[in-house]
Every structure is written in C-alpha cells, then in structure tokens.
Design a protein around this ligand. Structure first.
Ligand code: F6R
Length: 242
C-alpha cells in the first residue's frame, strides 16, 4: 500500500480529485467504483468544479457504487441513489444509464446481488475504486467478520455503523438495518484502489490498517494483499500512526 500524507480534508480531496481527473483524461472510458458518505464529498465537489471550469468529460465513463440501503427507493433523500445523483451525477456529463448502484428495493434481492457482480464482470471490471473506511474497518458495508471471499451480498449493519450514519436521518430509528454491498472479493477485483481517510475519528482504524494483521475481523486489512492501493490520509487520521 502506498501512503500519501496530506494536511487536512481539503488537501485529501484535492489530491484525490487530481488523480481521478488525470485518469479520466488519460482513459475517457474509465470504469469508476464510487463510494458515498462524508469522506468523498470534497472529492466530488472538486470533480464538479473542474468539469465546469475545464470541461473534463465523463460522457464515456461508467460508474459502479459500492452499496445501497435495503428498502430505500432512489427518490428517498437518504438513499445512495439520491446521494450520488445530487452530490455528483447531476452536475457532470455522465450518462445516467452508465451509473450503477445496487437496487435496494429489488423484489428478489439475492438475484440482484448476483446480477450486480455479473454486470461489473461483463463490463470488464472496475479500473479505479474509491473507498472510505468505517471506524470498525468496514469497506463498502462489509462489517467485521465478513468473509474475504464474499461477493455482492445483503448485510446487517453494525450498531456502530447505524450510529455513525444516523447523522443523515431524522432519528436513529429511521436508519435501515440492512444494506446491499459489493463483497470484499468484488472490491478486491478492482484494478486500482484509492482509500480516503480523514479525521481523528478514523485514526484508530488507520493505525490498525497500517500496523495490524490481515484478518476478517478488520475488513480493510485485506487491502494489504492488493497490488495497487493508495491511501490518502490527513494529519488527524494519521495522528495515531507512528
Ligand atoms: C459508503 C461506504 C462506506 C463508507 C464508510 C465511511 O459507500 O461504502 O464504507 O465509506 O462508512 O463513511 P464516511 O465517509 O461517512 O465516514
């Protein structure tokens, strides 16, 4: 794993945006794996600003998101469909039909999981996957204990994840308790991965990722086995790493 140390959230977002923009320019048909949550918002803001200013085009780009809550439709403001539309897709020239997220309201959710993995494989896989990390080491919504061999699957969210994500909902009771997420094996198929880590709340997780063993009890640790991972971390996130 390569580690890029930056000062703060702004610098992390800018660094990530510089890399993504460069890659989109070099390979206009790039297939991007995208994350939601607080961490990539600054990255997406910068991609939008660059698109407006420098006209970097996403017309041929395809995107695949990591996860979606079970039971939230794409029009629900707390769904990741809605987040992606409003945080990025509506502001750049990517074709809506080239953006993909798991369908958390699919009638047959098991079939949906199989379909999602097959679709990514059939399209040639993800060139660059953007990841955040949970305080408990989750990637996607693969919580501690998830098999490293897992494919796209339905998962129960850990209580700490429900609590962390409650900030987006009116009350903690509204946070779905299940999600569909790309599995660990699905994520590891990506040709390149950028993991963004910012803030003191992630410092323990980052320390464990860097210093700890590879174990299913800490899902992100599998990234050590990937050939092409770059961590971009700010000072607060790095505060416990020596
Ligand atoms: C989001 C995702 C999650 C988040 C993680 C960190 O699509 O897959 O793994 O990246 O929960 O969330 P934030 O960035 O809100 O701290």
């Amino acid at each position: 794993m390569k580690l890029i140390q930056v000062k703060d959230y702004q610098e992390m977002s800018q660094k990530a945006a510089d890399i993504v923009i460069e890659k989109v320019k070099t390979n206009p048909q790039i297939q991007l794996g995208l994350a939601t949550g607080g961490t990539p918002e600054g990255l997406y803001d910068r991609l939008i600003a660059d698109h407006k200013e420098n006209h970097t085009s996403y017309e041929q780009v395809k995107s695949f998101n990591l996860d979606e809550y079970i039971g939230l439709s794409s029009t629900n403001p707390n769904s990741y469909h809605y987040y992606m539309a409003h945080t990025l897709f509506n502001h750049i020239d990517i074709n809506q039909e080239d953006t993909n997220l798991p369908n958390g309201t699919a009638e047959n959710i098991q079939e949906e999981c199989v379909r999602y993995d097959e679709m990514i494989d059939k399209m040639g896989g993800i060139d660059l996957q953007i990841l955040g990390i949970g305080q408990n080491g989750h990637i996607g919504f693969n919580e501690p204990g998830t098999s490293f061999a897992s494919k796209t699957q339905v998962v129960d969210l850990a209580q700490s994840t429900i609590e962390a994500n409650a900030r987006y909902f009116n009350s903690i009771d509204e946070v779905p308790t299940q999600a569909v997420t790309m599995g660990i094996a699905s994520i590891m198929k990506s040709k390149e991965i950028i993991l963004l880590v910012s803030g003191v709340a992630k410092s323990e997780a980052l320390k464990q990722l860097i210093d700890g063993d590879i174990t299913e009890e800490f899902p992100a640790s599998i990234l050590k086995n990937h050939q092409n991972v770059t961590i971009i971390a700010d000072q607060d996130a790095l505060s416990k790493v020596h």
